[in-house]
Design a protein. Sequence first.
Length: 142
Amino acid sequence: MANSFCFSTRKVAPIALLPTCHAATDNLSVFDGGEPACHNANIGYHFSMKLRFASMTVGLTLGVTAAVVVACSVAAYFYSVHYFNSILEMARTNALAEGELIHTALEHAMLNNDRPQIAQMIEGFGKQARVEQLVLLDRNGV
C-alpha cells in the first residue's frame, strides 16, 4: 500500500484501534504531534477529501455564478438607462421637427390665403390622439 500524508486536525485513535500496519512506532506523525495516526489514504481520509473538494467546487461555482449575474445585471441596468435617454431625446427631436413642419405648412397656407386648407389642417391636427388642445394665433398672439 502506498502511504500518503494527510494533515488532519481531528483526534487520532489510540495505537490499539489503528490497523496493524500502522500500530508500529515508526509510523508516528510529526504533524500530529507525535501521536499515532493512520496516514493511509484508503482508510477514511479519502472520503473526507472528496466531500471537502465537492463542497469547495460547489462554493466556487456559486460564487462565480453570482459574480457573473451581478455584473450582467449592472450592465443591463446602465444599458437600459442609456436606451431610455436616447429614446426620450429622439422623441424630443421628432416633436420639434413636427412642430416646425406644422408651422411652415400653416404659414404657407396663410400667405396664400387658402382658408379651406388651413381649416382642413387644423381639423386634422386636432383629431390626433396626442393633441389635447389646438389654438391658432396670428403673429400678434390674437
